[in-house]
Every structure is written in structure tokens, then in C-alpha cells.
Design a protein around this ligand. Structure first.
Ligand code: SAM
Length: 287
């Protein structure tokens, strides 16, 4: 494959051996790269934040369509390669840093100040898998800044993000996402599409954030409840509540029954709206 040998040449020329510890599984297939950009619905109006540009293969396709691309890469060896690759391309900004340590409020504010004032910010990434969940939670906290998030994630994580109640994949991640965004699967990507080949297949997911969280009024209690509900997945919700609030004398089974749920209900059968109802009732009674 021409594109793969070009990628390998670029890495070889800089003496870069990819690091498993940084989740470095790179893409080179132009069809897949274009599908990601299509799934992200990036237009000439948009400013894109890319997490982990690697050797810049996705960055380059994004830069063809977007107004600007800001790309945050942790690996200094790749920064040198990226700066060379995008030299003179003012629409591409390479930032050396750890996405989990950057102050996202500041980053989004600078993106706005420097040209993206009116243009929507879209996040696009082939995510490093070892930190997918922390990255998602980090971006949920700043959800008002971005409009969509299109991410390549491990297939099993994608299934957890979009899962339906009552299924094995349904849980904390599904419900955390439900407070901020709609999620849809765009395409499956087989492991052989990456260099080096990882042990898992992937899915490209597209998240569209809600203008405001439907659970904004009781968000912190909602977050607390969904966390504790899956703390011990096999326990009933009442048992998990008892364990989380050992000093409260509430009969949690009776509390759930009063709200119309079976006293032995488990978190995995409750929808996001049910957790929100519980959060509302909890806040009203435990203020
Ligand atoms: N976008 C490239 C592609 O699709 O070929 C590379 C994707 S690779 C799965 C993940 C990239 O994220 C790597 O370049 C890796 O160095 C970078 N990365 C890992 N941890 C990071 C972090 N904490 N902050 C920023 N980038 C990170």
C-alpha cells in the first residue's frame, strides 16, 4: 500500500519507533481517513481540535476541508515531524502537550479568539486507547465549548457508549454520555487498518452535544447516582445506595418503591431519564 509505505518512510526518516505505551496505532488508508472526516461533517466554517495527530495523516485530510485545525500531540519526536510536514500551513497549529493536562477552557478560549469566534468547534480524533475514558470525561466537563466529537475508539468502548438498558455493555459510560450528547456509530474499522496492528477492532463514533444538558438542574447528583449504581454491578441499587451513604438511615428500598421502582431494581435496567428522576427526588429530600 502506497500510503502505508509513505507513513513508514516518514517515521523511519526521523528514526521514530512507535510506542505502545502512548497508544500509537497509526492510520494511513485514505478511504478510512476520509470516512472519519465525512462522519465528522466538517465544513469550511469549522475549527477542529484533533487529539493525538501522530504523523499527521488525519490532520492533513482535516486541513483540506476545515477552516483551521489545532492538533495536540504528547510525543516530542512527532512534534518535529508534524512541524516539518505542516510548515507554512497557517491553518494548522501544532501544540505539544498532554491533552489531559491542558486547561481546556483556556485552549477553547484561544481557539475562539484566534479566528474561531463564530465557527463551531468540532473534535476529531483517532484516540489513544489507553486513555479513552479519561479523555471523554474531560471533554464532557467542557461540553459547552464544542459542538460535535468524532472519535475512533475500541469497538467494545463504542458499544458501551451507545448501549441500551439491560445489555451487558450498558453502564456508567453510557449514562455519563447521555447527560451531554447523542451518539451514533459511523463505521467499523478492522484492526488490520492500523500500523502497528492492535489487538482490537475499532469503531468511529459521532457525538452531537445537547445545547444544554437535559439533566443540568441536578447534574452532580445524577453523576453521583450513575457512578454508585454501577459500583457493584451485581448489587441492587438500594444496596449500592446503602453502601454509598452509610450514615443515612433511609430505607432505600422503600424510597425506590415510593418513586415507582421495584425495591430490588438494578442500575442496569434504569434509563438515563430514570436516574434523572431519582437525582431530582434525592436533591429535594436530602438538601
Ligand atoms: N492521529 C494519528 C493517526 O490516526 O494515525 C495517530 C493516532 S494514535 C491512535 C494516538 C496518538 O495520540 C499518538 O500520536 C500518541 O502519541 C498521541 N497521544 C497519546 N497520549 C496523548 C496525550 N495524553 N495527549 C496528546 N496526545 C497523546
Amino acid at each position: 500500500m502506497k500510503q502505508r509505505s509513505h507513513l513508514l518512510q516518514m517515521l523511519h526518516a526521523k528514526g521514530i519507533v512507535l510506542k505502545k505505551s502512548l497508544g500509537q496505532n497509526f492510520l494511513s488508508d485514505p478511504n478510512i481517513l476520509e470516512d472519519i472526516v465525512r462522519c465528522a461533517r466538517v465544513t469550511a466554517e469549522d475549527t477542529v481540535l484533533e487529539i493525538g495527530p501522530g504523523a499527521g495523516t488525519l490532520t492533513s485530510v482535516l486541513a483540506e476541508v476545515a477552516k483551521g485545525v489545532w492538533a495536540v500531540e504528547i510525543d516530542a519526536r512527532l512534534i518535529a515531524l508534524l512541524e516539518e510536514r505542516f510548515q507554512g500551513r497557517t491553518e494548522v497549529r501544532i501544540i505539544h502537550g498532554d491533552i489531559l493536562k491542558l486547561n481546556l477552557d483556556e485552549l477553547f478560549t484561544s481557539m475562539r479568539e484566534q479566528g474561531a469566534a463564530t465557527s463551531p468547534i468540532k473534535i476529531v480524533a483517532n484516540l489513544p486507547y489507553y486513555i479513552t475514558t479519561p479523555i471523554l470525561f474531560y471533554f464532557f466537563e467542557t461540553y459547552t465549548h464544542w459542538q460535535t466529537m468524532t472519535i475512533m475508539v475500541q469497538k467494545e468502548v463504542a458499544e458501551r457508549i451507545v448501549a441500551e438498558p439491560g445489555t451487558k455493555a450498558y453502564g456508567h459510560l453510557t449514562l455519563a454520555r447521555a447527560a451531554y450528547a447523542r451518539a451514533e456509530m459511523c463505521r467499523h474499522v478492522p484492526r488490520e487498518a492500523f500500523f502497528p496492528i492492535p489487538k482490537v477492532d475499532s469503531i468511529v463514533l459521532h457525538l452531537t452535544r445537547y445545547p444544554t444538558s437535559p439533566f443540568a438542574d441536578h447534574l452532580s447528583t445524577y453523576q453521583k447516582l450513575i457512578r454508585l449504581a454501577f459500583h457493584s454491578r451485581r448489587k441492587t441499587l438500594a444496596n449500592n445506595l446503602r453502601q454509598a451513604y452509610p450514615h443515612q438511615r433511609t430505607d432505600w428500598g422503600a424510597w425506590l418503591e415510593r418513586l415507582g421502582y421495584p425495591r430490588d431494581v438494578r442500575g442496569e435496567t434504569l434509563r438515563a431519564e430514570d436516574f434523572y428522576r431519582l437525582a431530582q427526588a434525592f436533591d429535594e429530600e436530602h438538601d
